[in-house]
Design a protein around this ligand. Structure first.
Ligand code: BTX
Length: 324
């Protein structure tokens, strides 16, 4: 943690009680003037800090931003999120993360922004990423696995985000294979997993996560208002985005380790318990054909098993799924 992050963490844990400048200076082994400078820097970022005579500093309010300092103050991970690259606005965190990964960014690096001007989904579709109300982030992970184990990370991430939402809001979304999280049948989250690999080794997996958090319905582009929703619309509450980011990273680390160490089986069980696809009749739109049948499960490599009406079972690697 930087000095500024340490000061913020102390102010947050004081929960509205004053902390003296001298105490901060002693604990961090810096001068009171330096403490004052860091407090001014925090104020510039939108924190409201009051100086109470003879008592010290009180944190009155925190800006709703997903800055490095804010996320770090909630972080409970061993590795994920220890290198956070924050951009007030960017084209796509996925593009920046791909570049940083090629330059050698370490395992667990997070690229996060308040607003994307060219957010994208699968097959270069547009991902609506308006300012200050969602989580638009890409996480670079470098597990020691072979490339055929990489696609399952979409499902690992889906379970991690679901768990984090359930912890923080009390409501769990349903997972629609492979990469959508739905609430009341509408999309609250999309996941885009991209791979940098050699023939036999993964260099990095870039997990792009888009969560609609505090949007009102009108905040969405007209064209997606009938299919999109946010946590605020569904729960009626404003959600602390930085705390949700930290919780997602916590579960992403936990389930990544679980998958790498114990294989896909435990993740598969969790995934199935939140799935709204399994056991349902679906239409699967593939690149070259459309299939209809019943989704009967996922295999140990994350492939959706579809039983067609003539009884044939087909493995679906990538498709858009519609519940019929
Ligand atoms: P997808 O291809 O499964 O879904 C894209 C489709 O979802 C769009 O065609 C549109 O119909 C709908 N859609 C667009 N924006 C939203 C939204 N905000 N909420 C609900 N539905 C929407 C899903 O792709 C993967 C999305 C990943 C987004 C993250 S954000 C951080 C990272 N950076 C980046 O550019 N992409 C990822």
């Amino acid at each position: 943690m930087t000095i500024k992050e340490k000061i913020l963490s102390q102010l947050l844990s004081a929960k509205g009680e004053p902390i003296s400048g001298q105490k901060l200076a002693d604990e961090l082994s810096i001068s009171r003037t330096m403490i004052w400078k860091h407090l001014k820097a925090l104020e510039l970022e939108g924190y409201v800090i009051e100086a109470v005579k003879k008592k010290g500093y009180i944190l009155l309010s925190i800006p709703d931003i997903v800055s490095k300092e804010r996320i770090t103050s909630y972080l409970e991970t061993a590795q994920l999120g220890h290198n956070i690259l924050y951009y007030p606005v960017c084209d796509s965190t996925q593009n920046i993360a791909a570049e940083k990964a090629r330059e050698g960014a370490p395992h667990g690096t997070v690229v996060i922004t308040e607003e994307q001007t060219a957010g994208r989904g699968r097959l270069e579709r547009v991902w609506d990423s308006s300012a200050n109300n969602g989580i638009w982030m890409s996480v670079i992970i470098r597990p020691e696995i072979s490339p055929h184990m990489a696609p399952q990370f979409t499902l690992v991430s889906a379970v991690a985000i679901t768990k984090a939402m359930e912890d923080l809001t009390g409501s769990a979304p349903e997972i629609k294979w492979p990469n959508d999280l739905l609430m009341n049948g509408k999309k609250v989250t999309g996941i885009l997993t991209e791979l940098q690999a050699d023939m036999d080794r993964v260099q990095s997996i870039i997990i792009g996560i888009g969560v609609n958090v505090n949007q009102e319905l009108e905040s969405f582009e007209q064209s997606i208002q009938s299919i999109a929703t946010s946590l605020k619309i569904e729960t009626g509450n404003d959600i602390n985005r930085a705390a949700l980011v930290a919780k997602i990273l916590y579960y992403l680390e936990k389930y990544t380790n679980m998958y790498v160490e114990n294989g896909f089986e435990p993740i598969k069980l969790l995934w199935e318990s939140y799935s709204c696809t399994i056991g349902k009749r679906i239409r699967a739109i593939l690149l070259r054909e459309t299939l209809e049948g019943t989704a009967i499960g996922i295999s140990n490599d994350g492939v959706l098993q579809l039983r067609l009406d003539d009884g044939e079972i087909r493995g679906i690697y990538s498709a858009d799924i519609h519940l019929t």
